[in-house]
Design a protein around this ligand. Structure first.
Ligand code: A2P
Length: 310
């Protein structure tokens, strides 16, 4: 599969990841497990999970089964990402949280471990959205040093963040020892993240785009991206689908992508983005699409979550 490499460190990741975030009513263990197995058969090698998604166990089972069936020769053919949840976003809880994720996944190491959101929530409160009383001070310096420890111990090959603004990355870069390989954020033709993309490119941080299709069908998602007339016209002109136009556009922005489908045909279609390209005219049209953030965050009041970088 096509791989992207960070210019500031050793992280090399397959461009397309199979994302496992889904509404719990649509993502039983079995659905996730069989979709992951199907994805491995089709050539997916990068899988994105999080302790919050509840998909680590099913992903781990699918990996074991893929090894048993000989679909892959060894664990290191895969790139596995997981994330630290808000209730573990405290210096002393980082390492235990990663141990728990590894235990659930039945893996010895992750390829990438991310701080899921730049927010800390009093431990024990699982269900979001979180009101102000549940939110406590986020000690980024302490949490990042916990993340660095995880990497030094070999429990994860790389570390990174998710949902960080330029402002928060600036803060992180001012004191860290190990730089983040990745910032995973919402990115699609309807939320293009121009400023953040340029910033991350300059700092050698890979962006992973989540909700690349606007998360249509999810409780946090929107139909706007897949229903865009601009994207539909471009898709018709290339004999492609709107989803492929979104994914190709992201690839041409130099980012990696976490996309999800439980449907075999669409899983296959979403990998078929590497042997054709968009024109300059297509890019100009996409640049003019009205911008809005779909995923607002797991909090009742946004506060300084986005640092006014809209
Ligand atoms: P399905 O599982 O029925 O394919 P995102 O990755 O932005 O969160 O979007 C995921 C949503 O987009 C899912 O509802 C998925 O539904 C749908 N989807 C995934 N791939 C495609 C595609 N190629 N064409 C249309 N819809 C897609």
């Amino acid at each position: 599969s096509v791989v992207l490499k960070s210019s500031s460190n050793e992280c090399k990741m397959p461009v397309i990841a199979f994302g496992t975030a889904a509404d719990s009513n649509k993502s039983s263990e079995e659905t996730t497990k069989s979709a992951v197995l199907e994805a491995i058969k089709l050539g997916y090698r990068h899988f994105d999970t999080a302790s919050y998604y509840g998909s680590e166990e099913a992903l781990g089972e699918a990996i074991s089964q893929a090894l048993q069936l000989g679909l892959i020769g060894s664990r290191d053919e895969l790139f596995i990402t997981s994330k630290l949840w808000l209730t573990d976003n405290f210096p002393h809880l980082v390492l235990p949280a990663l141990h728990k994720s590894l235990q659930t996944l039945k893996l010895e190491y992750l390829d990438l471990y991310l701080i899921h959101w730049p927010i800390s929530v009093k431990p024990g409160n699982w269900k979001q959205p979180y009101s102000d009383e549940l939110i406590t001070t986020f000690d980024l310096k302490g949490v990042w040093s916990g993340m660095e420890e995880c990497q030094r111990l070999g429990l994860t090959k790389s570390i990174g963040v998710s949902n960080f603004t330029c402002n928060k990355l600036d803060n992180l870069l001012s004191f860290l020892t190990i730089p983040p390989s990745v910032n995973q954020v919402e990115m699609n033709p309807g939320w293009q993240q121009r400023k953040l993309r340029e910033y991350c490119e300059a700092k050698g941080i890979i962006i992973t785009a989540f909700s690349p299709l606007g998360a249509k069908g999810a409780s946090w998602g929107s139909n706007e991206v897949l229903d865009s007339h601009v994207l539909k016209d471009i898709a018709v002109a290339h004999g492609r689908t709107v989803a492929q136009v979104c994914l190709r556009w992201l690839y041409e922005q130099g980012v990696t992508i976490a996309v999800k489908s439980y449907n075999k045909e669409r899983l296959k279609q979403n990998l078929e983005i590497f042997d054709w390209s968009l024109t300059i005219d297509d890019h100009q049209k996409i640049n003019q699409i009205k911008q809005f953030r779909i995923v607002k965050g797991p909090v009742v009041s946004i506060g300084d979550l986005w640092d006014g970088e809209d």
